[in-house]
Ligand binder design. Structure first.
Ligand code: WT7
Length: 661
């Protein structure tokens, strides 16, 4: 059991015994029936081929389901051809659903925009023509750096339409983070906006793009040839003529007709960077046919989607994989009507989300435990003011959900009735892997429970042996799945090394898990040097390198400390260079370094606390013992320090620290 790295604060998960069977009424109407498991178990590949044929429209039908001969790089449906944007948009128009609302946009200031599938088709076609006219061809990469706008969805689909893989960079990442992602993907075009509305005011975005592509001494010139700028806030922007182009002007001038570029099933659809255990983010590569199949399949069954009556809302930003699979591709391929919201849950008041649910009669809501806990803290009376009876399925994603938050979600938001699906997956898996099926599974507060039909997962010990029911270990995926990553952009070795070397030939997810007495899976958090803050993945090493890049810092160690609201929070221990150490004011050092991390990576990576210390606990081989630092960060008695090279270090650290902020 990988206790060394296990986040704390999840103890309650281990004592939870309540179950909530589906109601007969829900079960009777559910998309998922128990036979789905049987069908998948009887013929794994046949099952996926069936899903691919039923849920996705192919230009050329595939004849081959899986080619695993070049493992661990899978090829699914490889001889089929298709287009992701055609599947997400055009075919609904072709099949007579053009008047159905695809996107119900709600801006933070309260402006709204309703976009039907037919309108979406015109916008995406125009944007595809614009990209082509800028010289973007099949295979070229486009970086998207936008807030949550209709244009963000259009931009992603326009790339897909011409076979240009998109790389969406979360708008909260810094210019430096954007620069390294642009460089790694060698992107030709960036799509951004002047800004977006956040917490009641217009916040600028384009300056970060300008900075990210500006010439820098010692670095090669940026690969970016053009910047397409969406006008959202109307704020002033610096302009580079010839390079910068207004999105609205270009689209207005573009033709509404565009023929999708048909691509092979294994053609890259997108790259999405995520933090790993080293300092350098990994460009996770996803391809087209298998990804779309599993996106649509999971969206249909896990959320019980009835496309002609449901109103679906996933609160994730398109900058994360959840926004890719469950805002853009899954729902649109399934022809859903969905809400997208630009702002924060408390703008202009703490009832904004529930106001949106009432206004649009949202029936399926998919969000993160951290948001649920925040709303829980604000109090029952806030959601209590709104009519939430339209909600019939609730989803959770991003981190383990503690039973208290689960129960609150069920009672206060779901009216004690709506089934909750706790969905486990990762940027790498592309789509949901482990989740209850509403109408089939008797749910358990805090457990993702069961691999979906077609997915084979297990919990194993250090020697890759499955643990018995009641046991704990590492979560692994033992069979390839259609939406699996196809690699790390430009680094096949790192792909093999990161996911396939810990246990030979099987995929190691990086999570600790246990099986309960029924064999249900409970996720227990990361077992590697990856933190999970508000459902976002952050790397301890990445933040450490950001810290040591500051002239004041000699050494740094970062840990994730249990946090009631955000799951984990970033706590950093730093040793200052001696020239700075003497009269440094701890408050000032803390402020300076927090801002430095925000500049290097982005505000989400800012340490909650930075503690200046004179030593770090290291093993004789020089490895930092983060477990001991976590004890300090969580105000616990420091655990076994006997393997330290210098066992007095912990006393030194503990004694030198002021009371935690
Ligand atoms: C990591 C993946 C998948 C979209 C959001 C995050 C954790 C995710 C759950 C869950 C327990 C979860 C895992 C995983 N995680 N969902 N339902 N229960 N843990 O994507 O940034 O790729 O992070 O998030 O630790 O490995 P990501």
């Amino acid at each position: 059991m990988p206790q060394d790295n296990q986040p704390t604060g999840l103890e309650n998960l281990l004592h939870e015994t309540r179950t909530f069977p589906p109601s007969d009424a829900f079960a009777a109407q559910a998309n998922a029936q128990p036979e789905l498991y049987e069908r998948a178990a009887a013929d794994h590949l046949g099952f996926w081929a069936e899903q691919a044929k039923e849920l996705v429209t192919w230009k050329t039908p595939f004849t081959q389901t899986l080619d695993w001969s070049d493992a661990p790089v899978a090829r699914w449906f490889a001889d089929g051809t298709l287009n992701a944007a055609y599947n997400a948009v055009d075919r609904h128009v072709v099949e007579g659903r053009g008047d159905r609302v695809a996107l119900q946009f709600e801006g933070e200031p309260g402006d709204t925009r309703t976009v039907t599938y037919a309108e979406l088709q015109r916008e995406v076609s125009r944007a595809a023509n614009v990209l082509s006219s800028l010289g973007v061809a099949k295979g070229d990469r486009v970086v998207i750096y936008l807030p949550m706008l209709v244009e963000s969805v259009v931009a992603m689909l326009a790339c897909a339409r011409i076979g240009a893989p998109h790389s969406v960079v979360f708008g909260g990442f810094s210019a430096d983070a954007l620069r390294s992602r642009i460089a790694d993907a060698e992107a030709k075009v960036v799509i951004t906006s002047d800004g977006g509305y956040r917490r009641g005011s217009a916040s600028a975005l384009k300056p970060a793009v300008d900075e990210a592509i500006a010439p820098r001494e010692g670095a090669p010139a940026s690969s970016i040839e053009h910047v397409l700028v969406v006008r959202r806030t109307g704020q002033d922007v610096a302009w580079t003529p010839g390079r910068d182009i207004w999105w609205h002007e270009a689209l207005e001038a573009a033709d509404v007709q565009h023929t999708p570029v048909w691509v092979d099933a294994e053609h890259p659809l997108f790259i999405l960077y995520t933090s790993g255990t080293t300092g350098k983010p990994k460009g996770i590569l996803h391809t087209t046919g298998g990804y779309l199949t599993q996106a649509a399949y999971t969206h249909k069954y896990v959320f019980d989607l009835k496309a002609d009556t449901d109103v679906y809302w996933c609160t994730a930003d398109i900058g994360w994989v959840t926004g890719h699979t469950y805002v853009v591709y899954g729902p649109l391929v399934n022809g859903a009507t969905q809400v997208i919201y630009e702002g924060t849950p408390d703008s202009p008041h703490q009832g904004r989300w529930w106001e949106i649910v009432e206004k649009y009669k949202v029936s399926i809501l998919y969000t993160a435990p951290t948001a649920i806990r925040t709303c829980m803290k604000w109090g029952d009376e806030i959601p209590g003011k709104y009519d939430l009876t339209s909600l019939r399925v609730l989803g959770s994603v991003g981190e383990p959900i503690n039973p208290e938050a689960w129960m609150w979600y069920r009672r206060v938001i779901g009216g004690d009735k709506a089934p909750i699906v706790d969905t486990w997956w990762q940027t790498e898996t592309g789509a949901i892997m482990i989740s209850p099926l509403p109408g089939v599974t008797a749910t358990k507060p805090g457990s993702a429970q069961t691999p979906l039909p077609g997915i084979i997962a297990d919990v194993v010990d250090d020697d890759a042996n499955p643990v018995p029911d009641g046991g704990g270990g590492y979560l692994v995926l033992t069979q390839p799945w259609p939406a699996m990553l196809r690699g790390i952009w430009g680094d096949l070795e790192r792909f093999k090394d990161t996911y396939w070397s810990r246990f030979k030939g099987i995929y190691f997810a990086g999570d600790g898990a246990k099986k309960d007495e029924d064999g249900d899976i409970w996720l227990l958090g990361r077992v590697d040097d990856v933190m999970n803050v508000s459902g976002h993945r952050l790397s301890t090493t990445e933040i450490e390198s950001a810290l040591v890049s500051h002239e004041m810092v000699a050494e740094a160690a970062v840990v994730g400390a249990a946090d009631e609201l955000t799951g984990q929070s970033v706590v950093a221990f730093v040793i200052l260079r001696s020239s700075f150490a003497k009269d440094a004011d701890p408050e000032a050092v803390q402020a300076l370094l927090r801002n430095h991390v925000a500049k290097e990576i982005g505000p989400i990576a800012k340490p909650r606390r930075i503690l200046v210390v004179s030593e770090l606990p290291k093993t004789r081989s020089g490895k930092i013992m983060r477990r001991l630092l976590r004890d300090v960060a969580e105000n616990r008695v420091v655990g076994d320090a006997s393997t330290l090279a210098d066992s007095s270090v912990m006393a030194l650290i503990s004694s030198g620290l002021a009371a935690p902020a």
